[in-house]
Design a protein around this ligand. Structure first.
Ligand code: F6P
Length: 546
């Protein structure tokens, strides 16, 4: 692997300089690019793992792509990728390997960390999860009073929540509808209270999901959930064993909480929180959809992993998406990327991607600790279509900001009903067209528009988008889609030279909250804090619930 510290600064690297020059001369619009090359639609496309990527409506030419691929070569994206797959300690600030791809390795593969093949451990935990999931699903796992489990509540936050939420919501069509899974993440008690208010403790199972088993939100929610449960059992703490299981890397803390280690599902420090949904963190997913479909989900991940690992850079979907993002962020000043799934089941995909992308690449220094010198991660945001069309799409079409868009669509619906799906998909294609080609003043006039309204009705166009399509949303395609974005984020981070696998930026706020908490609860503690915070604390103390 190349030593990042000795490379020229990104801005000074030959490929970057060449891209800057290319950008300066890049004046063609998407209309002109399509006129010049009527076959763009078949030139700028790629497919893998059941996903089709149309990237023809991007502000790129074949020369742009050649230069972007040059940049990927110069930044050693391929060797950085190989180091990840081989268990190298690429998370250098935490001295950890980054091996979420080993979570989806086939049983006959081998991936070594510190000389130990981790694949047998991965499959042992998958087997333990499958046994447990089957028992919950077939009713042989019962609560302390012998009743069948009807509701599962996953308590976790960040990567211990967003992936499982996404997967449960995405794969509801494949889930056992007699088993309801809910998610509690926020330390705001409302989350737990509203999630349990209609539930019967005797038929409720809690999964406490936390890599560290020390996250204050999760542990506070878990303690309150235990209190809620024990109140129904007259304080009989033996009930915990049948109503609480844990997913964690920290056995001691699980035991200290009172959960039987037999009911603990482990994973490893080489799995980052936001990359953990294929680990035991996916237990709620497996309970919902069953071990066989969970295995299909892993196959989808694996299929895209394999593509990322082996496809030439210029045909490699995660590489293309990552490079296009760098292109827009650093050469067009884009500050956000909209993720618009035209699939209601993917309603939490944008939220999941926010942690994945922004916790990974929301960094300003390189692995060597120097300033990156260019803009890094954009803000990811989005909503399922067509809802966004009736709210923020106005800005996408006529606003002053450039917002590259990823549309995600499926050829078949899990709920075919009348003309719904054709209407839905026609909107995906139309939105991508409207963004790209817009409507000129002359075209607006030709529609008979009065002159005063022409400027208002002009659609500037020239706004880039990708369309990612698959036949249907299945566990396999979901796995492939998530892996696509994981590796897309990886490519961006490798270009910028940041550590995409730490998250030191979240620590300061946690530390300060620990210092502020006693100031809120001890009315006479002296307020040796800034005057703004002191005044806020005073006001809170004055109105605080007794
Ligand atoms: O605070 C950020 C973070 O560490 C995330 O990276 C992680 O996914 C989340 O908190 C939850 O951590 P844990 O699984 O250890 O509770």
């Amino acid at each position: 692997m190349t030593e990042h510290g000795v490379r020229p600064a990104l801005r000074d690297s030959p490929a970057w300089v060449a891209l800057e020059r290319h950008r300066t001369g890049f004046t063609a619009t998407l209309r002109q690019l399509f006129e010049a090359d009527p076959s763009r639609g078949t030139t700028f496309r790629a497919a893998a793992a059941g996903l089709y990527l149309d990237y023809a409506k991007n502000l790129v030419t074949t020369e742009t792509l050649t230069l972007l691929v040059e940049l990927a070569i110069e930044r050693d994206v391929a060797s950085h990728r190989d180091a990840m797959f081989q268990g190298g300690q690429i998370n250098s600030t935490e001295q950890r390997a980054v091996l979420h791809t080993a979570l989806r390795a086939a049983a006959d593969e081998s991936v070594t960390v510190d000389g130990i093949d981790v694949v047998p451990q991965v499959h042992a935990v998958l087997g333990q999860m499958a046994d447990f999931a089957r028992q919950v699903r077939d009713g042989s796992w019962v609560g302390h009073s012998g009743k069948r489990i009807t509701h599962v509540i996953n308590i976790g936050i960040g990567g211990s929540d967003l992936g499982p939420v996404l997967a449960y919501r995405a794969l509801r069509a494949f889930s056992d509808r007699n088993l309801i899974v809910r998610f509690v993440s926020n330390v705001d008690a409302t989350d737990l209270v509203e999630s349990t208010r209609d539930l019967v403790p005797e038929t409720t199972l809690f999964i406490v999901a936390s890599k560290t088993f020390g996250t204050i939100e999760t542990m506070t929610n878990a303690e309150s959930a235990r209190t809620w449960l024990l109140a129904a059992y007259g304080g009989d703490s033996a009930a915990v064993a049948k109503h609480f299981v844990a997913v964690s890397t920290n056995k001691q803390r699980v035991v200290d909480f009172g959960i039987d280690p037999v009911n603990m599902f482990g994973f490893w420090d080489w799995v980052g929180g936001r990359y953990s949904m294929a680990s035991a963190i996916g237990l709620s997913t497996m309970i919902a959809i069953g071990p066989e479909r969970f295995s299909d989900l892993l196959s989808g991940f694996r299929s895209m992993d394999q593509h990322f690992r082996t496809a030439p850079l210029a045909e490699n979907l995660p590489v293309l998406l990552g490079l296009l993002t760098v292109w827009y962020v650093d050469f067009f000043g884009a500050q956000s990327v909209a993720i618009l799934p035209y699939e209601q089941y993917l309603d939490r995909f944008p939220a999941y991607l926010q942690q994945l992308a922004m916790e990974s690449n929301g960094k300003s220094v390189t692995l060597a600790g120097d300033s990156v010198g260019v803009a890094t991660s954009p803000v990811y945001w989005g909503e399922p279509g067509t809802n966004g069309q009736h709210s923020f799409h106005q800005l996408l079409h006529q606003g002053s900001l450039l917002v590259p868009v990823d549309f995600i669509a499926f050829a078949r619906s899990a709920n075919p009903l009348g003309g719904h799906h054709d209407i839905l998909v026609s909107n995906v294609f139309a939105q991508a067209q409207a963004l790209a080609f817009g409507r000129t003043a002359d075209e607006v006039r030709a529609l008979g528009t009065i002159e005063e309204l022409v400027a208002h009705r002009v659609m500037p166009g020239n706004r880039p988008s990708n369309v990612i399509m698959a036949d249907e949303l299945t566990p396999f395609t979901l796995g492939a889609l998530i892996s696509l974005y994981e590796h897309n984020v990886f490519v961006q981070g490798a270009i910028w030279g940041v550590n995409s696998f730490d998250q030191w930026g979240v620590e300061l706020g946690k530390e300060l909250a620990t210092e502020i908490l006693p100031l809120l609860t001890s009315p006479h503690a002296s307020l040796k804090v800034d005057s703004s915070t002191a005044e806020l604390v005073r006001r809170y103390r004055d109105s605080r619930q007794p």
